[in-house]
Ligand binder design. Structure first.
Ligand code: NAD
Length: 496
């Protein structure tokens, strides 16, 4: 936090914005753009080269509470709107975001670092939730229940819970907001969004477009600052009735505790540690291609990212060789140049790649490719493949969240199921085999919220996204996505 303004000149890539008004250096609260009354700001830099992009206000706890006031005031009006009216505004927001896609992708690649084509893809993904929940708004039906009581008429209603706090990470700065916000807004909840301070400009651009789409003041708010201060106000306030968080399991656990005194509706999308299992009967070339996607999308910084690769013994050497060759051919570069892999988010992320690589090698793993910081700069880590990684290595136990792959052989189906499930995480698992009975068995046996069989791309607005065990609570997307923001009310009317 600093009052000092940067003396550096702003990066020139921002001049490419077709609509410069999408780049906002203010928080958005109660329908107004807001600086911190203290003048405190947080500088945001481009991970590609450390260049300064701009500043965001570092709002105080009192200013954070003001967002609850604004959203709470807006609740009655927003929830009383006809669903068709909420749909119309969500659809207009969708159209404006579509029209601004290139600008939004530019802002995203500058602050997040990922390849520009992945940024465009994320905006499409983000849009799909707005489209889906704009329709769902009209389908939160009242249900009649066949009565088990004499002279009674029974109904079940879905009602919006109230103010919803949405806390989102830096790896998907657009879609993690729309996946939560579209569901909450559709059902009638105003939202207070706290984006990661590393990627706030994507969120603020969404706020600018939300304002243009006609959301009433206080319905969509984006509050920037230090997370513990901002979110700490939200977790303790009884007016915040739901909290939806995407981020690390560590912070998820903290928020769970903080929300306990006020018993908030909680939805947690937390870390993953996906196993990628390849049986000897799999289509090997396809398995290698899907493994590349599962490991290196979002430069490896993806909660669905495969961390541990279990390969059946007869095809182990072949998989290792082909996967390492494909990995070595991946290109690194600035997101704007659209390489395969961009820079990592920060020094902490790079330090983790080094730690996991060195730890595995010290325990006997062999390095097939990569393993070092790339000459492009301190945040670029070479895509790395480690072979013969023992179960005791950190990379087999913890989320690496970067471009390092750990490969290990297995011999039986029972063994690989046990090893894959031996983790506190349970978000995503990948399996490659042609045996249909084995597909059924693994689909049942794997303790993960999502299982991809012979493919990597599995997500989208119609599916329930979420994890088991310490990967989270609740589901986002699909009709279940509404549940995080709705109360079920039961009415029993005597008609005699
Ligand atoms: P993080 O937990 O550090 O931060 C996530 C968000 O929490 C950010 O907005 C941050 O500002 C906020 N935050 C940080 N400290 C806080 C505090 N003390 N109180 C309140 N809020 C706080 O995670 P990250 O490093 O930004 O993101 C990477 C993690 O997110 C990985 O573990 C990844 O697996 C997970 N993730 C999960 C999903 C999913 O859907 N399951 C999707 C994307 C990322």
């Amino acid at each position: 936090m600093s009052k000092a303004q940067h003396t550096l000149s702003r990066i020139t890539e921002l001049d490419r914005l077709g609509d410069p008004r999408l780049f906002k250096e203010f928080a958005y609260c109660g329908g107004a753009w807001q600086a911190a009354s203290s003048g405190d700001v947080i500088a945001v830099t481009n991970p590609a080269d450390g260049a300064w992009i701009g500043n965001i206000p570092s709002l105080s706890p009192a200013e954070s509470r003001a967002a609850i006031d604004a959203a709470h005031q807006a609740f009655a009006g927003w929830s009383a709107r006809l669903p068709q009216e909420r749909t119309a505004i969500l659809q207009k927001w969708h159209r404006l975001i579509s029209e601004a896609q290139e600008d939004l992708a530019l802002i995203m690649t500058l602050e997040q670092g990922k390849p520009i084509s992945e940024c465009r893809g994320e905006i499409d993904y983000g849009l799909s939730f707005i489209e889906f929940f704009a329709e769902e708004a009209k389908r939160t039906d009242i249900m009649g229940v066949t009565s088990h009581l004499h002279n009674a008429e029974l109904e079940v209603w879905l009602e919006p819970v109230g103010v919803a706090a949405l806390i989102t990470p830096w790896n998907f700065p657009n879609a993690m907001i729309t996946r939560k916000a579209a569901a909450a807004l559709a059902v009638g909840c105003p939202v207070i969004v706290h984006p990661s301070k590393e990627t706030p400009f994507s969120a603020l651009a969404l706020a600018e477009l939300a304002e243009r789409a006609g959301f009433p003041a206080g319905v969509f708010n984006v509050i920037t600052g230090e997370p513990a201060e901002i979110v700490g106000e939200w977790t303790k306030d009884t007016r915040v009735r739901a909290l939806s968080f995407t981020g690390s399991t560590e912070i998820g656990r903290l928020l769970y505790t903080q929300c306990a005194p006020t018993i908030k509706r909680l939805s947690l999308e937390l870390g993953g540690h996906a196993p990628f299992v390849v049986f000897a009967d799999a289509d090997m070339d396809k398995a290698v291609e899907e493994a590349i996607k599962a490991k290196f999308a979002t430069s490896g910084q993806d909660c669905l990212g495969a961390n541990r690769f279990y390969i059946e013994q007869p095809v182990y050497e072949e998989f290792c060789q082909k996967f390492a060759e494909r990995t070595a051919a991946l290109t690194l570069g600035r997101g704007l140049d659209d390489p395969d892999i961009g820079p990592l988010m920060n020094e902490r992320a790079v330090a983790k790649q080094i730690e996991h690589t060195e730890d595995a090698m010290s325990q006997g793993a062999a390095l097939l490719t990569g393993g070092r910081i790339h000459r492009l700069g301190p945040l670029y880590f070479e895509p790395t493949v480690l072979k013969d990684v023992p179960e005791t290595a950190k990379i087999m136990r913890e989320e690496t969240f970067g471009p390092v792959a750990a490969l290990t052989p297995f011999t039986t189906e029972e063994e690989v199921i046990r090893r894959a499930n031996d983790t506190e995480y349970g978000l995503m698992a990948y399996v490659h085999t042609k045996d249909p009975y084995r597909i059924y068995r693994l689909s049942r046996a794997l303790e993960f919220g999502m299982v991809g069989v012979n493919r990597t791309k599995v997500t989208g607005a119609p599916i329930p996204f979420g994890g088991m065990k310490q990967s989270g609570l609740g589901r986002e997307g699909s009709r279940h996505g509404i549940e995080a923001f709705a109360n079920i009310k039961y009415i029993c009317r005597d008609w005699a």
